[in-house]
Design a protein around this ligand. Structure first.
Ligand SMILES: [Fe+2]
Length: 276
Protein backbone atom coordinates (compact mmCIF):
# COMPACT_ATOMS: atom_id res chain seq x y z
CA UNK A 1 0.00 0.00 0.00
CA UNK A 2 1.35 3.38 -0.92
CA UNK A 3 -0.70 6.46 -0.24
CA UNK A 4 -0.50 9.58 -2.39
CA UNK A 5 1.31 12.22 -0.34
CA UNK A 6 1.97 15.90 -1.01
CA UNK A 7 4.50 17.75 1.18
CA UNK A 8 3.08 21.01 2.57
CA UNK A 9 6.20 22.41 4.27
CA UNK A 10 9.64 20.78 4.53
CA UNK A 11 9.65 21.02 8.35
CA UNK A 12 6.02 20.13 9.03
CA UNK A 13 2.89 19.06 7.19
CA UNK A 14 1.83 16.64 4.45
CA UNK A 15 -1.43 16.18 2.61
CA UNK A 16 -2.48 12.53 2.38
CA UNK A 17 -5.13 11.27 -0.01
CA UNK A 18 -6.78 8.73 2.23
CA UNK A 19 -10.04 7.07 1.28
CA UNK A 20 -12.48 6.40 4.13
CA UNK A 21 -12.72 2.76 3.05
CA UNK A 22 -9.00 2.31 3.86
CA UNK A 23 -9.46 3.09 7.57
CA UNK A 24 -8.64 0.09 9.73
CA UNK A 25 -6.47 -1.66 7.10
CA UNK A 26 -3.34 -2.59 9.12
CA UNK A 27 -0.96 -1.78 6.23
CA UNK A 28 -2.55 1.66 5.83
CA UNK A 29 -2.37 2.31 9.59
CA UNK A 30 1.31 1.43 9.60
CA UNK A 31 1.96 3.73 6.66
CA UNK A 32 0.05 6.57 8.30
CA UNK A 33 2.05 6.18 11.53
CA UNK A 34 5.26 6.34 9.50
CA UNK A 35 4.05 9.48 7.71
CA UNK A 36 3.03 11.04 11.04
CA UNK A 37 6.49 10.37 12.46
CA UNK A 38 8.08 11.97 9.39
CA UNK A 39 5.79 14.95 8.75
CA UNK A 40 4.22 15.61 12.22
CA UNK A 41 0.96 16.95 10.68
CA UNK A 42 -1.14 14.96 8.20
CA UNK A 43 -4.07 16.55 6.37
CA UNK A 44 -6.81 14.38 4.88
CA UNK A 45 -8.53 16.85 2.57
CA UNK A 46 -12.36 16.83 2.59
CA UNK A 47 -12.49 13.21 3.77
CA UNK A 48 -15.79 13.91 5.57
CA UNK A 49 -15.53 11.45 8.47
CA UNK A 50 -18.50 10.60 10.65
CA UNK A 51 -17.82 10.35 14.41
CA UNK A 52 -17.76 6.57 14.08
CA UNK A 53 -15.22 6.73 11.26
CA UNK A 54 -13.11 9.22 13.20
CA UNK A 55 -13.12 6.89 16.21
CA UNK A 56 -12.18 3.98 13.92
CA UNK A 57 -9.24 6.03 12.57
CA UNK A 58 -8.28 6.92 16.15
CA UNK A 59 -8.37 3.25 17.18
CA UNK A 60 -6.41 2.24 14.08
CA UNK A 61 -3.53 4.56 15.00
CA UNK A 62 -3.28 3.83 18.71
CA UNK A 63 -5.24 3.66 21.92
CA UNK A 64 -8.19 6.01 22.14
CA UNK A 65 -8.15 8.25 25.19
CA UNK A 66 -10.84 10.51 26.54
CA UNK A 67 -8.85 13.55 27.63
CA UNK A 68 -11.90 15.56 28.71
CA UNK A 69 -12.96 12.75 31.04
CA UNK A 70 -9.58 12.86 32.87
CA UNK A 71 -10.54 16.15 34.49
CA UNK A 72 -11.99 15.40 37.94
CA UNK A 73 -15.79 15.59 37.86
CA UNK A 74 -15.95 15.22 34.04
CA UNK A 75 -15.82 11.44 33.78
CA UNK A 76 -18.99 11.35 31.64
CA UNK A 77 -17.45 13.45 28.83
CA UNK A 78 -17.76 12.03 25.31
CA UNK A 79 -14.71 10.52 23.53
CA UNK A 80 -15.55 12.84 20.63
CA UNK A 81 -14.98 16.29 22.09
CA UNK A 82 -16.79 19.20 20.47
CA UNK A 83 -14.48 22.19 20.09
CA UNK A 84 -16.78 25.17 19.69
CA UNK A 85 -17.64 28.50 21.27
CA UNK A 86 -21.34 27.75 20.88
CA UNK A 87 -22.77 28.10 24.39
CA UNK A 88 -25.58 25.63 23.62
CA UNK A 89 -23.00 22.85 23.22
CA UNK A 90 -22.36 23.03 26.96
CA UNK A 91 -18.60 23.57 26.75
CA UNK A 92 -16.36 25.69 28.96
CA UNK A 93 -15.66 28.77 26.83
CA UNK A 94 -12.52 29.84 28.69
CA UNK A 95 -10.99 26.48 27.86
CA UNK A 96 -11.80 26.87 24.15
CA UNK A 97 -10.52 30.47 24.17
CA UNK A 98 -7.32 29.02 25.56
CA UNK A 99 -6.89 27.21 22.22
CA UNK A 100 -6.22 30.64 20.64
CA UNK A 101 -2.76 30.38 22.25
CA UNK A 102 0.09 28.00 21.39
CA UNK A 103 0.00 24.80 23.42
CA UNK A 104 0.55 21.06 23.42
CA UNK A 105 -2.28 18.89 24.72
CA UNK A 106 -1.98 17.10 28.04
CA UNK A 107 1.07 18.74 29.60
CA UNK A 108 -0.65 19.64 32.86
CA UNK A 109 -1.46 16.11 33.97
CA UNK A 110 0.72 13.26 35.18
CA UNK A 111 0.21 10.88 32.24
CA UNK A 112 2.29 10.52 29.07
CA UNK A 113 1.28 13.37 26.73
CA UNK A 114 -1.15 12.21 24.02
CA UNK A 115 0.64 10.75 21.03
CA UNK A 116 -1.67 12.44 18.57
CA UNK A 117 -4.80 14.51 18.23
CA UNK A 118 -7.34 14.19 15.42
CA UNK A 119 -9.57 17.08 14.41
CA UNK A 120 -12.41 17.10 11.89
CA UNK A 121 -13.94 20.28 10.50
CA UNK A 122 -17.71 20.04 10.82
CA UNK A 123 -18.63 23.72 10.46
CA UNK A 124 -16.30 26.57 9.63
CA UNK A 125 -16.30 30.19 10.67
CA UNK A 126 -16.51 32.82 7.93
CA UNK A 127 -13.49 34.55 9.39
CA UNK A 128 -10.51 33.16 11.31
CA UNK A 129 -10.45 29.60 12.62
CA UNK A 130 -7.36 28.43 10.75
CA UNK A 131 -5.27 26.08 12.86
CA UNK A 132 -1.51 26.56 13.08
CA UNK A 133 1.03 23.90 13.98
CA UNK A 134 4.68 24.39 14.89
CA UNK A 135 7.32 21.69 15.14
CA UNK A 136 9.14 21.71 18.46
CA UNK A 137 11.52 19.08 17.11
CA UNK A 138 12.79 20.95 14.06
CA UNK A 139 12.88 24.22 16.02
CA UNK A 140 15.00 22.55 18.72
CA UNK A 141 17.30 20.97 16.14
CA UNK A 142 17.87 24.38 14.54
CA UNK A 143 18.94 26.08 17.79
CA UNK A 144 22.63 27.06 18.03
CA UNK A 145 24.71 24.48 19.93
CA UNK A 146 25.46 26.81 22.85
CA UNK A 147 21.75 27.60 23.32
CA UNK A 148 20.93 23.89 23.32
CA UNK A 149 23.54 23.40 26.05
CA UNK A 150 21.96 26.20 28.11
CA UNK A 151 18.58 24.43 28.03
CA UNK A 152 19.85 21.06 29.21
CA UNK A 153 18.57 20.11 32.65
CA UNK A 154 16.00 22.93 32.87
CA UNK A 155 12.53 22.01 34.08
CA UNK A 156 9.22 23.79 33.51
CA UNK A 157 6.01 23.77 35.53
CA UNK A 158 2.94 23.56 33.25
CA UNK A 159 -0.44 24.67 34.65
CA UNK A 160 -3.97 25.21 33.42
CA UNK A 161 -4.03 28.65 35.04
CA UNK A 162 -1.05 29.63 32.85
CA UNK A 163 -2.72 28.14 29.77
CA UNK A 164 -5.76 30.38 30.15
CA UNK A 165 -4.05 33.40 31.74
CA UNK A 166 -4.85 35.56 28.68
CA UNK A 167 -8.56 34.74 28.78
CA UNK A 168 -9.63 34.07 32.37
CA UNK A 169 -8.32 34.90 35.84
CA UNK A 170 -7.42 31.83 37.89
CA UNK A 171 -10.28 32.41 40.34
CA UNK A 172 -12.85 31.96 37.54
CA UNK A 173 -11.68 28.40 36.89
CA UNK A 174 -13.30 25.55 38.73
CA UNK A 175 -11.17 24.04 41.47
CA UNK A 176 -10.49 20.85 39.46
CA UNK A 177 -8.87 22.73 36.59
CA UNK A 178 -7.16 25.34 38.77
CA UNK A 179 -5.19 22.67 40.56
CA UNK A 180 -3.89 20.92 37.42
CA UNK A 181 -0.13 21.30 37.24
CA UNK A 182 2.80 19.15 36.16
CA UNK A 183 6.57 19.56 35.86
CA UNK A 184 8.45 18.49 32.70
CA UNK A 185 11.97 18.86 31.38
CA UNK A 186 12.21 21.76 28.91
CA UNK A 187 13.95 19.44 26.45
CA UNK A 188 12.41 16.01 26.03
CA UNK A 189 14.87 13.34 24.91
CA UNK A 190 12.82 10.64 23.25
CA UNK A 191 13.54 6.92 23.36
CA UNK A 192 14.61 7.16 19.69
CA UNK A 193 17.24 9.74 20.69
CA UNK A 194 15.44 12.70 19.09
CA UNK A 195 14.89 15.81 21.18
CA UNK A 196 12.04 18.29 21.22
CA UNK A 197 10.91 21.24 23.31
CA UNK A 198 8.02 21.05 25.77
CA UNK A 199 6.74 24.62 25.67
CA UNK A 200 3.55 26.63 25.11
CA UNK A 201 1.18 28.77 27.15
CA UNK A 202 0.84 26.00 29.74
CA UNK A 203 4.44 26.81 30.73
CA UNK A 204 4.12 28.85 33.90
CA UNK A 205 7.68 29.02 35.22
CA UNK A 206 11.13 27.57 34.89
CA UNK A 207 12.21 25.81 38.06
CA UNK A 208 15.01 27.70 39.81
CA UNK A 209 14.69 30.90 37.73
CA UNK A 210 12.90 34.05 38.78
CA UNK A 211 9.55 34.53 37.05
CA UNK A 212 10.66 37.21 34.59
CA UNK A 213 13.75 35.33 33.47
CA UNK A 214 11.90 32.03 33.13
CA UNK A 215 8.90 33.42 31.29
CA UNK A 216 11.14 35.45 28.96
CA UNK A 217 13.05 32.28 28.07
CA UNK A 218 9.81 30.38 27.41
CA UNK A 219 8.40 33.28 25.36
CA UNK A 220 11.56 33.47 23.26
CA UNK A 221 11.52 29.72 22.55
CA UNK A 222 7.85 29.99 21.60
CA UNK A 223 8.56 32.83 19.16
CA UNK A 224 11.48 30.88 17.72
CA UNK A 225 9.36 27.76 17.18
CA UNK A 226 6.40 29.66 15.70
CA UNK A 227 8.42 31.19 12.88
CA UNK A 228 7.31 30.17 9.36
CA UNK A 229 10.27 27.85 8.82
CA UNK A 230 8.97 25.48 11.50
CA UNK A 231 5.21 26.00 11.26
CA UNK A 232 2.21 25.32 9.03
CA UNK A 233 -1.14 27.13 8.95
CA UNK A 234 -4.11 25.01 7.89
CA UNK A 235 -6.91 26.76 6.05
CA UNK A 236 -9.78 24.40 6.76
CA UNK A 237 -12.34 23.22 4.29
CA UNK A 238 -15.47 21.52 5.55
CA UNK A 239 -14.84 17.79 5.95
CA UNK A 240 -11.08 18.14 6.33
CA UNK A 241 -9.49 15.95 8.95
CA UNK A 242 -6.06 16.63 10.42
CA UNK A 243 -4.00 14.40 12.67
CA UNK A 244 -0.89 15.72 14.35
CA UNK A 245 1.86 14.36 16.54
CA UNK A 246 1.20 16.12 19.83
CA UNK A 247 4.54 15.06 21.28
CA UNK A 248 6.57 17.31 18.99
CA UNK A 249 4.18 20.03 17.83
CA UNK A 250 2.44 23.06 19.25
CA UNK A 251 -0.94 24.12 17.92
CA UNK A 252 -3.32 27.06 18.16
CA UNK A 253 -6.33 28.39 16.31
CA UNK A 254 -6.60 31.86 14.82
CA UNK A 255 -9.36 33.69 16.68
CA UNK A 256 -12.97 33.25 15.55
CA UNK A 257 -16.20 34.68 16.91
CA UNK A 258 -18.57 33.19 19.45
CA UNK A 259 -21.39 33.43 16.91
CA UNK A 260 -19.39 31.96 14.05
CA UNK A 261 -20.89 28.48 14.38
CA UNK A 262 -17.44 26.91 14.06
CA UNK A 263 -17.55 23.28 15.17
CA UNK A 264 -14.67 20.83 15.24
CA UNK A 265 -14.79 17.24 16.48
CA UNK A 266 -11.69 16.10 18.34
CA UNK A 267 -10.44 12.67 19.32
CA UNK A 268 -7.18 11.82 21.05
CA UNK A 269 -4.68 8.97 20.90
CA UNK A 270 -3.01 8.06 24.18
CA UNK A 271 0.65 8.74 24.73
CA UNK A 272 2.94 5.74 24.65
CA UNK A 273 6.05 7.38 26.04
CA UNK A 274 6.34 9.04 29.42
CA UNK A 275 8.35 12.25 29.59
CA UNK A 276 11.65 11.63 31.32
FE1 LIG B 1 -5.33 21.61 21.96
Amino acid sequence: MSLEVEILKPAIGAKVYLDRSMIGDPAVSEELLGLLEKHTVLVFPRIGLTDEEQLALTDALGERVNVAAQVPGKSDASAVYQVTLDKDAGIEPEYVWGTFFWHMDGLTVDVPPPKATILSARRLSQKGGQTEFASTRTSYEALPTDEKADLEGLRVVHTVTAAVREVAPAEELDEARRSLSHEHPLVWTRSNGKKSLLIGYTGDRVVGMNQAEGRALLARLLEWTAQPAFSYRHQWEEGDCVVWDNTCALHRVLPYGEQSGRMMHRTTIAGVEAVT
